[in-house]
Design a protein around this ligand. Structure first.
Ligand code: NAP
Length: 262
């Protein structure tokens, strides 16, 4: 019971990695807040959880409703120990085709939504004298990848923001940042990914289908949060791309331009 009585807020908890995280945290004794847009899916997740679980339905891009959501959470639990910024959306389109609306929508959800919620919760953590903020980035938060220009940009932006936040926090704040970079995980992410015109891709990619199981990914995320790791890479061979880019950049460009992106 590593997270006993910790109040953990998970965004994007209506499916995939977020749903798996909700079950793992509940299993480890946490009190939960689960958020996403689809209320009925959150209800379904809640039914599988025995411990305390508050549903706060929200659209992460709606800045005004985020303020109300934070107030609801604080009124209910009086504190938030761990925020897991997990809500996100991907992309399947070439730069040359992608319409501006898609670039903006992905940045709104993955970047602005995430930092807005974080900035609203941060003052409560500072006042409380402790906290932990995890953000689910991606391997493409560290490298570029075909058909993912806006998605990779949004995840790279999260690294800049959260690394800076960690540097600004003082030891007495007792607040830790964990940046999580999964490779391909088997979830509905490719179904929900955006095409060049903003329509949903609605396919299970072959690469996604062969990805890591979401429960295993969630276990590794909990371990990283428990150990207060600054950054963690979760996946199989795909995480090698990060090391190739760092130490063998020519090899990285050779592989990443040839690997099947779907
Ligand atoms: N699967 C992978 O291979 C992979 C790899 C690296 C990183 N990631 C990251 O992992 C995170 C979770 O993705 P997943 O793979 O679990 O995909 P998923 O099954 O599609 O889950 C995405 C979650 O984000 C929520 N969401 C989307 N737009 C939202 C909005 N505007 N407001 C609030 N919630 C919103 C969705 O809920 P509603 O639709 O109900 O709002 C859903 O719960 C994402 O940040 C993704 O970038 C995934």
């Amino acid at each position: 019971m590593q997270f006993i009585d910790k109040v953990v807020w998970i965004t994007g908890a209506s499916s995939g990695i977020g749903e798996a995280l909700a079950y793992q945290f509940a299993h480890q004794g946490a009190k939960l807040i689960i958020s996403a847009r689809r209320e009925e899916e959150l209800q379904r997740v809640k039914q599988n959880i025995k411990s305390e679980c508050l549903i706060i339905t929200l659209d992460i891009t709606d800045s005004t409703s985020l303020a109300t959501a934070v107030q609801t959470a604080i009124n209910h639990y009086q504190k938030i120990d761990i925020l897991v910024n997990n809500a996100g959306i991907s992309q399947r389109s070439l730069v040359v085709d992608t319409q501006e609306i898609v670039d903006r929508k992905i940045m709104e959800i993955n970047y602005f939504g995430t930092i807005n919620l974080t900035k609203k919760i941060l003052p409560y953590m500072i006042a409380h004298g402790s906290g932990q903020i995890a953000v689910v980035s991606s391997i493409v938060g560290a490298v570029g990848f075909p058909l993912r220009s806006a998605y990779a940009a949004s995840k790279h932006a999260l690294h800049g923001f959260f690394e800076t936040l960690q540097l600004e926090l003082k030891p007495e704040n007792n607040i830790f940042i964990t940046i999580i970079c999964p490779g391909r995980i088997k979830t509905n992410i490719s179904y929900n990914a955006l095409n060049y015109d903003g329509s949903a891709y609605q396919k299970m990619d072959e690469g996604q289908e062969k990805g890591m199981n979401a429960d295993i990914c969630a276990q590794k995320i909990l371990a990283a949060i428990y150990r207060k790791k600054r950054e963690v890479y979760i996946g199989s061979f795909d995480i090698l791309l990060i090391y190739f880019k760092r130490y063998l950049p020519t090899l990285f460009y050779w592989i990443a331009s040839r690997v099947k992106p779907t």
